[in-house]
Design a protein around this ligand. Structure first.
Ligand code: KG4
Ligand code: ZN
Length: 329
């Protein structure tokens, strides 16, 4: 079975080809225009998808050496995401699906991030805990099978990705903030300054990052670089506070559920400091991290999960619309 995947939930225009569970091509065009604004501008994102989508889809087909008439199904992100951005992808998928006479499968973007881990490890066994950390979501899930998801905890305010992005803005670094902070933190001393780790009550699996961002704002008001404390020390200390919070909550979730396996999903999973720290704190657990290219937004995860849903009869109906605040359960 050959499935074309399309992802346009935010500022990546992406297409991928999945053949019998294997990814043949994974094309991602990141819309660099948003760098000028320090964040994603929804209307511009939709217009850019309109411009880029046709080319990205054709590149994914050409590089996979697949003709349009060989496609058996199209999987497309239904939500969550920006309304206009989602609509460009879904309209394109529906038009193409109708023209080719093939089914169009709606895919939940968050579920896509989780299932990217099966591309990293096809033999991954249930149950497992998932730390889902993206630009809009920070959640801990207990996953016992497809569509058997229990929410263990989530952020009460900012997502971890937002903490990176807003922090980067305060530091005067570019967008997206996560990779910029990771680069600048390199070589910095993460113990030079103690930013708060908001852990809430003793057993809580919820997160809160807004206080951390405020404390950085106040700190930077008074900060002048000296010989003994450099900006990269501060950036490394800020990154460490986010990472320590994520790691501690994940450790608690593993303790409370007794799970042996833990997977990490979403853009923040690309952070090497987070990966290293999780391995140190949970040495006796099976930790799984997808390839860097499968952590941030991509259509490989959408094509793979769409195909899986279709083949496992989880696929419901054709007449769907976008759902900007789509939940996992
Ligand atoms: O999953 P994703 O690509 O898009 C959403 O679904 O939101 O996640 C984007 C988020 C952004 O906030 C970005 O700053 C963060 O992931 N991110 C990182 C890294 N790469 C991307 N955060 C920390 N370290 C990274 N290397
Ligand atoms: Zn995402």
């Amino acid at each position: 079975m050959i499935t074309l995947g399309i992802e346009t939930s935010c500022d990546e225009t992406a297409a991928a080809i999945c053949k019998d569970g294997n990814i043949l091509t994974n094309i991602v065009s990141q819309q660099i225009i948003h760098k000028n604004f320090g964040g994603v501008v929804p209307e511009i994102a939709s217009r850019e998808h309109e411009i880029l989508l046709n080319k990205v889809v054709h590149t994914s087909l050409r590089e996979a050496k697949i003709q349009l008439n060989q496609i058996d199904a199209i999987a497309v992100t239904q939500g969550p995401g920006l309304t206009g951005a989602l609509l460009t992808g879904v309209s394109f998928a529906k038009g193409l699906g109708l023209g080719l006479g093939v089914p169009v499968i709606p895919v939940n973007h968050l579920e896509g991030h989780i299932f990217a881990n099966f591309l990293a490890e096809p033999a991954l066994e249930y149950p497992f805990v998932c730390l889902l950390v993206s630009g809009g979501h920070t959640q801990l899930w207990y996953i016992e099978g497809m569509e058997q998801y229990s929410l263990l905890g989530e952020t009460r305010d900012d997502a971890a990705g937002e903490a990176f992005d807003k922090g980067a803005r305060i530091f005067g670094l570019g967008y997206p903030g996560g990779p910029a902070i990771e680069r600048k933190a390199h070589g910095g001393d993460s113990t030079k300054y103690h930013f708060p780790r908001i852990l809430l009550s003793k057993d809580s699996l919820d997160f809160s990052f807004s206080g951390l961002k405020t404390s950085l704002l106040y700190f930077m008001d008074d900060f002048t670089e000296t010989k003994s404390i450099s900006l990269s020390d501060i950036i490394a200390s800020y990154q460490q506070a986010i990472v320590d919070t994520l790691v501690e909550k994940t450790r608690r979730a593993m303790d409370q559920t007794g799970a042996k396996r833990c997977i990490i999903a979403g853009g923040v999973a690309a952070n090497q400091c987070l990966r290293d720290r999780l391995n140190v704190i949970l040495p006796d657990k099976d930790m799984l991290f997808p390839d860097f290219s499968l952590c941030t937004d991509n259509a490989a995860m959408i094509s793979y999960l769409g195909q899986l849903k279709y083949q496992s009869n989880f696929f419901k109906k054709l007449d769907f619309s976008v759902i900007p605040n789509l939940k996992l359960v």
